[in-house]
Design a protein around this ligand. Structure first.
Ligand code: TA6
Length: 278
């Protein structure tokens, strides 16, 4: 299940492979904070992230559940990223499993019985993060969700994302709908929800392919976000130039909420793989 560890005073699990790859997962929010593969950190974690056991952590892989963004009555991106999860014992080496079940507090916000499990699987050059939600109550429940992955980049202006050509896009900055033409490039605030691509996405930096991203068919959308300089300067838990070192590419199910009958379950996942030469 990973070795117990702490980071900025917060309880974590550390996964370590003989090849040197590793991952660090905070119990707070079941949030992956670090993934080192091929000798490089692949995730962005803000140096100004607030580790007080309550605030959402800026960076890594926050989990948005049971609500994406402000599309509903709950706190932005839901409550899962604000709560302590339990580490589940007895999972094989290279894997971690964290669990959140409903309690009086969650039911005061969202009146449902549920069990959410986040499963991490680390293998050489690959990190897979899978969320499974069970409806343990007696009424149907609905939720929206995202694995809000912050990828570390050397310079956002040199980044290109391939694989979304031809996919429907809603630009949240300008509130416009279009069909994506060609690769994504970044020069300012970027916040778009794409229809998920039929194949993997590729992150390129300065012409080199650095990362491949795949997601389950159960996640019908991919969200791409970079705050740009002006919005970043207003985020208290990001350095002013932090936007230049990150890009969020998120596996999400948001336009049509997941509906679960009593006893039913849903799984959604994202898999990140370093390119062979990296
Ligand atoms: O997924 C993109 C997004 O919803 C953006 O609109 C932006 O708000 C971002 O998430 C970060 O949200 P946060 O609440 O973590 O500041």
């Amino acid at each position: 299940m990973g070795q117990p560890d702490t980071f900025h005073g917060q309880p974590c699990l550390r996964l370590q492979l003989p090849c040197g790859d590793s991952a660090l997962i905070a119990l707070h929010g079941a949030q992956v904070l670090s993934w080192v593969a091929g000798g490089r950190e692949r995730l962005y974690l803000s140096p100004q992230a607030v580790f007080d056991g309550q605030a959402a952590l800026r960076g890594g892989i926050p989990l948005c559940f049971p609500q994406f963004n402000q599309r509903g009555p709950l706190a932005k991106h839901g409550f899962a990223r604000h709560l302590p999860w339990q580490a589940v014992a007895g999972v094989p080496p290279g894997q971690a499993l964290l669990r959140l079940t409903d309690n009086a507090q969650t039911r005061s916000w969202w009146p449902h019985g549920f069990e959410a499990e986040l499963a991490l699987t680390l293998s050489p050059g690959v990190l897979q993060v899978a969320l499974t939600v069970h409806n343990t109550g007696v009424q149907p429940l609905e939720f929206t969700t995202a694995l809000h992955t912050y990828l570390r980049v050397d310079g956002i202006a040199q980044v290109q994302v391939n694989g979304l050509d031809g996919c429907a896009r809603w630009d949240a900055v300008t509130d416009t709908h279009s069909v994506q033409q060609g690769a994504l490039r970044f020069a300012g605030e970027y916040d778009s929800v794409f229809q998920a691509a039929p194949g993997p996405l590729c992150l390129h930096e300065s012409g080199a392919h650095t990362l491949t991203l795949e997601q389950s068919a159960s996640c019908a959308s991919t969200v791409v976000w970079n705050p740009g300089a002006a919005l970043c300067a207003r985020l208290p838990d990001m350095p002013a130039d932090g936007y230049a070192s990150m890009l969020c590419i998120e596996a999400a199910q948001i336009d049509t909420p997941v509906t679960l009958a009593p006893s039913a379950a849903w799984t959604g996942w994202q898999r990140l793989s370093v390119a062979p030469s990296n």
